[in-house]
Write a protein that binds this ligand. Sequence first.
Ligand code: TXE
Length: 474
Amino acid sequence: MRLANFIDGKFVAPRSGAYFEDVNPATAETIAEIPDSDRRDVDDAVRAAKRAFSSWSGLRAEERSRVLLRLADLIEQNLESLARLESEDNGKPVALARRMDIPRAVANFRFFATAILHGSSEAHVTDSVALNYTLRQPVGVAGLISPWNLPLYLLSWKIAPAIAAGNTCVAKPSELTPLTANRLAELSLEAGLPAGVMNIVHGYGAKAGAALCEHPDVPLISFTGGTVTGGKVAAAAAPLFKKLSLELGGKNPNVIFADADLDDAIATSIQSSFANQGEICLCGSRMFVERSIYDTFVARFVEATARLRIGDPTDETTEVGALISAAHLAKVSGYVDLARSEGGTVACGGDRIEHRGFFLQPTVITGLGCDTRVLQEEIFGPVVTITPFEDEAEAIAFANSTRYGLSATVWTRDLQRAHRVAAALDVGTVWVNCWLLRDLRVPFGGVKDSGVGREGGSDSLHFFTEAKNVCVKL
Ligand code: TXE
């Protein structure tokens, strides 16, 4: 299969005529050729998006909503084939793509298609002198850059609010997982999305992605990806004063107090550690367990980890699939070696699986302190650490001891403590006695090196619009 860019409602070859390979991480086989797009393709896409802007933004919200709802229906009707594509491209279990990735893409389009029908705006009366009201207007061409771990899930999390709010967009999906974005383009034609409203340019980040960030006619960038890349995106966008939202990496703590429901805490922590092979920015990779239950917890957690079924993502019973690439497997397993050299114990897993694909056993590491590299750096794979803590103050200090601040999970039955600890954690999201329960209305984003800005619900609609105050003298 040879992919094409989707520009102005048409599938077009990259200007360079060059392509690179898309590899199935579970088999190491090439499954598609991806356009190696450059500045010229981005320019074509931005021009198409600019042309489409005035008619798309001029539609009534209900008309935009109807198109997006049709697109959501089409994604839902194609759920099975999209889940298979996502699994083939990313290495994740097809069962997970069917349960999580594709339904979330449907939900993203439905949510923002209907949210725009129920918006309200502010008004401020200045005594009897003037009436101020706020207009929220679309920004223009939105530049949307998404990663490989949740390809359609995160791409649709950006496209849906951007175009629902009346913008047009140029999206650059990850070069490692372009297949579902390509299918989304096909479905958008079927849904009747006008040409130029959604353009998709494939290619490398440093080339196509950078060109999008530097483009003077793209006033807004929404980026999800690594923290180092986020810095480059911010540096490119700053001199042009672009609106910017950065959702970056995480090193999320999972704090388990002795009074927690241990069965629930263990079962959910297995998910938060190893779902999607640990390749979710919200995975909890640093577990902190109160000393009095530490030994029991470690024994039970290790036993549950060892029972996870790892292997062929197309097998319905597989729970852990392949890592995204050979390079990423080398990086993640390098952290297992580092853990040993930093004095840690590999309590479970740690080995690659002899296979053509990129598989690593789910891995549990104990015996490391918060100042080690393994507890400081984002690993983004099926590798977690468990560290004991003495009391609440120490748990909070341990949890806050990294440069990241995306999310945290707290397990306790003590209601007051739950609120206290949640308030004290330096993160954008705290889950208490649960994980990855996501209501699309809530603000989502990180603090510190985990990002800038919030998306989700009205935060997304505010980000994808400019507020304009109109002051009318009374
Ligand atoms: O991300 P990149 P990668 C983290 C995780 C992972 C690391 C690297 O730690 O190991 O990021 O993954 C595009 N200008 N997360 O290499 O490079 C790129 O093409 C503009 C966290 O895949 O950040 C892709 O579309 N764009 C995370 C997107 O940026 C550029 C999810 C993300 O790629 C660019 C995934 C540039 N100079 C990885 N360079 C999360 N928080 O969800 C690259 N890109």
